[in-house]
Design a protein around this ligand. Sequence first.
Ligand code: SF4
Length: 266
Amino acid sequence: MIDLNHGSGATCDTDPRRFNIVSDQVNGAVDLMLTQRQRAQVPRTYIGASSIGRTCLRQIQYDYMAVPKDEGRDFEPRTLRIFEAGHKGEDIVAAWLKDAGFDLRTHGADGRQYGYVQLGGRFKGHIDGVVLRAPISMAVPALWENKVLGSASWQATVKKGVVRSKPIYAAQMAIYQAYMDLPNPALFTALNRDTWELYAELVPADPPLAQQMSDRAVHIVRACDHQEVLPRAAGDRRAKVCAGGHDDDHWHPPCAWQDRCWSRPS
Ligand code: SF4
């Protein structure tokens, strides 16, 4: 047996250069696994509720039609890690709420998430859960929607509320409330992935917004059926919606189809 007591002569390797090599190797292996796992996923063949509120119709259309992304614009391993943290964070918040006395249902008896299917399976969504009973004053049943956010995004949500701060999430919830027949205000929670603080808000149903988003989905599906490319959301590829960045307080990730989109005449 190795004697690891002080004075035994056995030493730990504390050379930071060696640590960095091991760290690089471990992270390289994890990144490779995440990338391979992502590539093995079958592309989605429907418009998801989480994307219907995006600014650019053409971008939603490219995504729906599984048009290959521009070279080098697949999700970076760093982004895949953040996605995974989001999924795990959702499980953690669900467990917190249940332990705190909420009767929260996240999956049906078949083990699948609850959801809706429209337009013959071409417009679908899966909800995070339904609150059936709550230890706070709120009408039930109610939709539960959770997001895991970085600190700056979380602070903006706390400051302005989810509807003003994150219109894409507002559109997603409005659609869920309409199609899942959950007209009571939704319980929206946001976990700060840096500090683990939890923000919660009750979000009233918005039938006009739900109708607008539903009409958008129909419009996109029809355009695809007729091989029609929908208009761009911007007149210049340097616009934030295309190149990425903050625009009127809204964060746009860089569009994954910039080269394809702007190489077309219109
Ligand atoms: S590059 Fe801009 S206009 Fe083109 S699809 Fe992407 S977001 Fe829309």
